[in-house]
Design a protein around this ligand. Structure first.
Ligand code: G6P
Length: 606
């Protein structure tokens, strides 16, 4: 994980770096640091904790310069201490490096360098990089050659930003498996782990490819490969705007992003759905239209919340598209020996488009010549570029570490895809009509946020929670439990209600509440029987029910209502109160819900 930034140009580097790091804090916030070229010397400052601590520590220091790099850390190798914080330097202080990724062979390299007399000051894997460059410079190489020789020695994953005191006009960047974008400005250029750090600075970005080295000055960007040949690049125009990346009047990004739900669903289907004509148009899939006709089996691969969206996709593809579908954690699938047959299509779902495991299974599927499709939010990200075709979410930047609005947009894309791929469209018109009504229905749920807040206040004392759902709401139970865990650190388990009697019921007591998701649907009677069983064992029960459903309400200690909808759309409604519930429990406990402990938004290491 970790976030890295770089700047070269007409402005003072420090404020640009600090603002960029703040935007990237969702990637990690164990420590932060900057290195800036000041009067011909590299000055480094590092602090433990969030970027605001570093900013405060720099208040009375002079860090005036126009070339610099910065880092916000999610600790992998070495505790979150000042010495382990990035940037890391060589023995002489000439070279300074920030890194996102893992150098897998760092132990051997460190041993080799120590034997050659290099002094290390941290426990990190990263520190071998500046020392290796120094080592190759000492052998009489120029900087480009020293960097290339270094990259040929390191194994693992990296995005690196590097400054060299003796090349004061150049910001260096290179990557392998970890994301890195160059932002193209006027009289200035930028570097960042992802474009959210560049919003408000430039909308023009270049996604570096693996094995490329960017040599950036204030007017020019040159990209070469490890053979020193010029590498052509494409400048991509971003759609995101500054407002989307700011909290506005909301206390947290998470709350803002939950409240963006209705607009996000609209933005996801806008221009793609015409219910009157029973039509779904997904431009990103047109180029593989013919291959899609041959698809006989779908495998959905993803991590975290995107995986739970995938589980709902399984129900959708089976019910609407009538295609056998399976869903796997990307982290598991990458080590399976699943036999594939012709006609298998892989769909990878990723908000960031950079998750390491998801990227790995995409590569695996490509090696098998399977058709690969992406559902990705971040335009131009690695997964978006590597898939054969795909559909962008159009959810806008998601900053809160716990995914909320991206989940809604993923479900919306999955519904559209399920209809797009279905051969029999006789029943899809009514589904498309309902999709257009979903944003207004989410608004009705958001209008009850005060009630959900009161429920969260009552629940803050519980140490455990069981979330139950069935069919389309089974993955919602998993995602609801995940949200509560992530944000409030309360132990929560999501379960299919039918499985409750096979174990979880043993935990039920007066102190072990259940959140039951019971909209009126084909399985609500079964769900209600399960709730009776919990009540008989004195377990408190909170229920998400359909408006006007007296029966569920009569069993519940508290009830939150959602509007009636078609069964495949229920997750788009039932998850919203659960997102709000987790948010309010977390804030009630005083936690920083936008940056939950130990988590990072984009997991770019294995
Ligand atoms: C991390 C984030 C989750 C996210 C998951 C997958 O765990 O904290 O919010 O769902 O990664 O990320 P992706 O970007 O691939 O959807």
């Amino acid at each position: 994980m970790c976030g890295i930034v770089g700047y070269i140009g007409k402005e003072e580097a420090l404020p640009v770096l600090i603002n960029g790091l703040k935007a990237l804090e969702y990637r990690g916030y164990d420590s932060a640091g900057v290195a800036i070229l000041v009067d011909g010397e590299i000055k480094v400052k590092k602090s433990v904790g969030q970027v605001k601590v570093l900013e405060k520590d720099l208040e009375h220091e002079k860090f005036l310069g126009h070339l610099g790099i910065g880092h916000t850390r999610w600790a992998t190798h070495g505790a979150p201490t000042e010495s382990n914080a990035h940037p890391h330097t060589d023995c002489s202080g000439r070279i300074s490096v920030v890194h996102n990724g893992i150098i897998e062979n760092y132990k051997e390299l460190k041993k080799y360098l120590e034997t050659a007399g290099h002094k290390f000051t941290s426990e990190t894997d990263t520190e071998v990089v500046p020392h290796l460059i120094e080592n190759f410079l000492k052998q009489g190489n120029n900087f480009d050659t020293a960097l290339i020789d270094t990259l040929k020695m390191v194994k693992g994953a990296y995005a690196l930003a590097i400054i060299d005191r003796d090349n004061p006009e150049t910001l260096y960047a290179t990557k392998l498996s970890s994301p890195l974008v160059v932002g193209a400005g006027v009289g200035e250029n930028f570097l960042a782990s992802d474009p959210s750090a560049l919003i408000g600075k430039t909308k023009k970005v270049i996604y570096l490819k693996d094995g490329e080295i960017a040599k950036i000055n204030s007017r020019d960007i040159r990209v070469i490969n490890l053979e020193k040949e010029v590498s052509p690049f494409e400048i991509i125009q971003l759609e995101w705007n500054l407002e989307q990346a700011q909290k506005g009047d909301y206390p947290h990004f998470m709350l803002k992003e939950i409240f963006e739900g209705p607009e996000v669903v609209r933005a996801t289907f806008r221009g793609r759905v015409r219910s009157s004509k029973n039509l779904v148009k997904l431009g990103g899939l047109e180029q593989v239209r013919e291959r899609l006709k041959e698809v006989k089996r779908i495998i959905i691969l993803a991590c975290g919340t995107s995986y739970y969206a995938g589980l709902i996709g399984e129900y959708l593809f089976e019910e609407i598209t009538k295609l056998p579908t399976e869903v796997h954690f990307a982290s598991e699938f990458r080590y399976r020996d699943e036999p594939f047959d012709e006609g298998t299509a892989v769909i990878v779902i990723s908000q960031s488009g950079e998750t390491a495991d998801t990227l790995a299974v995409l590569e695996k599927a490509k090696k098998q010549d399977l058709l690969t499709l992406g559902i990705v939010n971040t335009v131009g990200s690695t997964i978006a570029r590597e898939t054969d075709a795909g559909v962008y979410n159009h959810a806008g930047p998601e900053i809160g570490v716990a995914s909320t609005k991206a989940f809604l947009s993923q479900l919306t894309v999955l519904i559209m895809m399920a209809i797009y791929l279905s051969k029999d469209k006789s029943s899809t018109k009514v589904i498309l009509k309902e999709l257009e009504d979903i944003p207004a229905k989410i608004e009705k749920i958001l209008a009850q946020s005060d009630n959900i807040k009161k429920l969260a206040e009552k629940c803050r004392g519980y140490d455990n929670f069981l979330f139950l759902g069935r069919r389309y709401n089974y993955p919602v139970a998993l995602e609801g439990a995940l949200k509560l865990k992530e944000i409030s650190y309360i132990h929560a388990e999501g379960y299919g209600a039918g499985e409750m009697k096979h174990g979880p019921i043993a935990m039920i007591s007066e102190d072990f509440p259940t959140m039951a998701i019971i909209p009126q649907n084909s399985v609500s009677d079964k769900m209600l029987s399960n709730i009776e069983e919990i009540k008989a064992r004195k377990g408190p029960v909170f229920v998400i029910a359909t408006e006007g459903d007296e029966r569920s309400a009569s069993l519940a200690n508290e009830v939150i209502y959602v509007p009636k909808t078609l069964e495949p759309f229920e997750p788009l409604l039932t998850i919203v109160p659960l997102q709000l519930f987790a948010y309010y429990v977390g804030t009630n406990k005083g936690f920083d819900v936008d940056k939950p402990r130990n988590l990072a938004k984009s997991v770019t290491v294995e």
